[in-house]
Design a protein around this ligand. Structure first.
Ligand SMILES: [Zn+2]
Length: 284
């Protein structure tokens, strides 16, 4: 049987990413030309062509500016999920601020699409050992699943040794929450992040494909992520450190054709549907 994998998009714009947080003040976001709408539509057109449904983790800030885009995502049959409101790293926030903006963002999205928003993904996967308390707040806010834990070592995110397959986790306060961790592959003794984004642009396509096939060969679905700005090589350039610019701009021009190949090589559905097929999604 062919395994259905989760295709996900983190809907935010090119100037909101964590790599540029030192160069771009949040108070200046309004002064940047928006490109998220056009790029998200382009992704949806590609998904239509490939007859694929995806999960869109939408930033509340974007939803506030583009309500019609969020309605369109839902009307085209995709899942609308939550990417927080302000794209601040959770471990830099207080619990109170995190709770307030998460609840606000979920209600905003539900008000727009008029269906329950079940899934959550943290800005830059910032649920780490220092911010596991966020899982309690997600469960209390009524989310059914989280997809923020990256079982790798990285300067900004990651929980080394975290479980690598979708599962029900116990939050620190004892709630149950479904976790769909970002996918990794084993290469020799090394855990290789293989789930999309910058890794998808950095690695040769055949390495990504081999890693993802490895996950499927264990009879497990993978979860793949991309950002609308990653298919937009013409986006305005932002002045930042060499390393941040490399991470953000590397191989943008190759991303769209690689995504097309990916959608031919694997089967995809929304994260919620994939969890459903694993028996992890109980309609609540
Ligand atoms: Zn993000």
């Amino acid at each position: 049987m062919t395994i259905q994998n989760a295709l996900t998009v983190d809907v935010e714009d090119y100037f909101q990413v964590s790599a540029f947080a030192k160069s771009v003040n949040q108070s200046d976001w309004d002064s940047y030309p928006l490109r998220v709408e056009k790029n998200t539509r382009r992704l949806m057109d590609m998904f239509d062509e490939a007859q694929v449904k995806a999960t869109f983790f939408v930033l509340g800030w974007v939803a506030d500016k583009n309500r019609s885009l969020i309605i369109e995502i839902a009307e085209r049959g995709h899942e609308v999920a939550c990417h927080g409101y302000s794209h601040q790293l959770i471990y830099n926030q207080t619990r109170e601020v995190f709770r307030e903006e998460t609840v606000r963002s979920k209600s905003l999205l539900e008000d727009i699409v008029q269906v329950p928003v079940r899934g959550y993904r943290a800005a830059s996967y910032s649920i780490t050992r220092d911010s596991l308390w966020a899982l309690d707040i997600l469960a209390e806010a009524g989310f059914d699943y989280d997809s923020s834990i990256f079982p790798v070592r990285h300067d900004r995110y990651g929980i080394v040794g975290a479980k690598e397959v979708p599962h029900i986790l116990q939050t620190p306060q004892g709630h149950s929450l479904v976790e769909f961790p970002l996918s990794t592959a084993r290469v020799f003794n090394y855990t290789l992040p293989i789930a999309g984004g910058g890794y998808f642009r950095l690695y040769p396509y055949l390495l990504t494909r081999a890693g993802l096939k490895q996950v499927n060969s264990r009879q497990q679905p993978f979860i793949f992520y991309l950002h609308p700005w990653e298919i937009d090589p013409d986006q305005p350039r932002i002045d930042a450190s060499w390393f941040s610019r490399f991470r953000h701009y590397n191989n943008l021009e190759k991303c769209e054709s690689r995504l097309q190949r990916l959608m031919k090589d694997f089967q995809f559905d929304t994260a919620w549907q994939v969890l459903n097929s694993l028996g992890l999604a109980e309609s609540s």
